[in-house]
Design a protein around this ligand. Structure first.
Ligand code: RIB
Ligand code: CA
Length: 341
């Protein structure tokens, strides 16, 4: 089987870290590089965290590039309230000094897409780097194979406003530029941006019981995941009344590898760049605007199938995973309804 060439653009970030672990443990992928953008944490911190994950997974051979420090237009708003000051749940893992991040993610993206054939991009953060790539090197898009973006929401409520998801809310102008490019750029004609939004990622919850199962099977990985998710657990309980944490980004990686994990539909999508709905991904599911589809919007996924996919790769278990145990552990999180009283 020929591994698929990918560049992962991210803002590590706790769930980005889990997504990188999954990608690094997946033989179907040849990761040409990791590009980092300001999002959950400023780009320099994100790059440090990407290096930590590469070190944990024994993949310090993969280069990390620092990208755009600020959104295209908006003032930058981080998500350290969710991911901790260090971006990894205040787990205080020491910085990696043996390898350093390189500069200019956008140049790396352009050079790699021009040099290699059929490179895919899995974007797990705000789309600022990708927007800059389109603005400065549209010719390089000829080398793009598939594009998957964790971001947006269709029928699900947002996580930064009633309607907006963080990655597209943090840099809505970049998101709109990228979505529009899938409608207007000749090199992208007929291609779709795969939108892995909150409609599907909200169904992927890492719970205390799942974490305990991981710890029993792989104590080293169990401790590490517990260290970086504890802060995230507290945020989810306080913010949404969930016991556990929604791990958005790994689903984008899993879906890229195995499309059967999710289902959705093709539609024209635009991103609102101003007003109270700023950052909203407006999915024209019923073709009011009669525009050709530029996106494939995911609406369905199966928590059990994803968790089995994720755990079977990320943990180094002596014993095989038990479907019976996993079915018992994978339950829909207890989500409090909004309190209107
Ligand atoms: O809204 C969730 C997304 O925003 C995830 O990618 C998370 O890491 C943050 O980047
Ligand atoms: Ca992210």
């Amino acid at each position: 089987m020929n591994a698929r060439k990918v560049i992962i653009d991210c803002d590590p970030g706790i769930d980005d870290a889990l997504a990188l672990m999954l990608a690094l443990a997946s033989p179907e992928l040849e990761i040409l590089g990791i590009t980092v953008v300001s999002g959950n944490v400023p780009v320099e911190k994100g790059a440090e965290n990407a290096l930590k994950v590469l070190d944990w997974m024994n993949h310090t051979d993969i280069p990390v590039y620092c990208g755009e420090p600020l959104p295209l237009v908006r003032d930058y708003v981080d998500a350290m309230d969710t991911h901790g000051e260090d971006g990894l749940g205040e787990s205080a893992y020491p910085p990696i000094t043996s390898i350093r991040p390189k500069e200019h993610a956008v140049s790396f993206l352009a050079d790699t897409l021009r040099r290699e054939e059929k490179v895919s991009i899995i974007a797990l953060g705000p789309l600022t780097n990708i927007a800059r790539l389109i603005q400065t090197a549209p010719d390089a898009l000829s080398g793009l194979d598939e594009f998957v973006s964790m971001g947006g929401c269709y029928k699900s409520h947002g996580n930064c406003s009633p309607v907006a998801e963080y990655n597209y809310w943090c840099d809505p102008h970049a998101a709109q530029l990228v979505y529009e490019a899938f409608s207007t750029e000749p090199m992208l004609s007929g291609r779709l941006l795969h939108m892995v939004g909150l409609d599907v990622t909200r169904k992927i919850v890492l719970t205390p019981n799942l974490l305990e199962y991981i710890r029993q099977l792989d104590p080293v990985m169990g401790k590490r995941l517990a260290d970086i998710t504890r802060f995230y657990f507290d945020f989810h309980w306080n913010q949404e009344g969930i016991i556990g944490c929604v791990i958005n980004d790994p689903l984008a990686v899993a879906y890229f590898i195995d499309r059967s994990l999710c289902d959705g539909f093709a539609a024209y999508t635009a991103i609102e760049t101003e007003g109270i709905c700023l950052g909203q991904s407006v999915v024209d599911a019923y073709r009011f605007w009669n525009k050709p589809a530029n996106s494939y919007v995911l609406t369905e996924t199966d928590h059990f199938s994803f968790m089995k996919f994720f755990l079977s790769r990320v943990i180094n278990a002596q014993n095989p995973l038990s479907d019976t145990v996993l079915h018992q552990l994978v339950t829909v999180p207890c989500q409090n309804k909004p309190d209107y009283t």
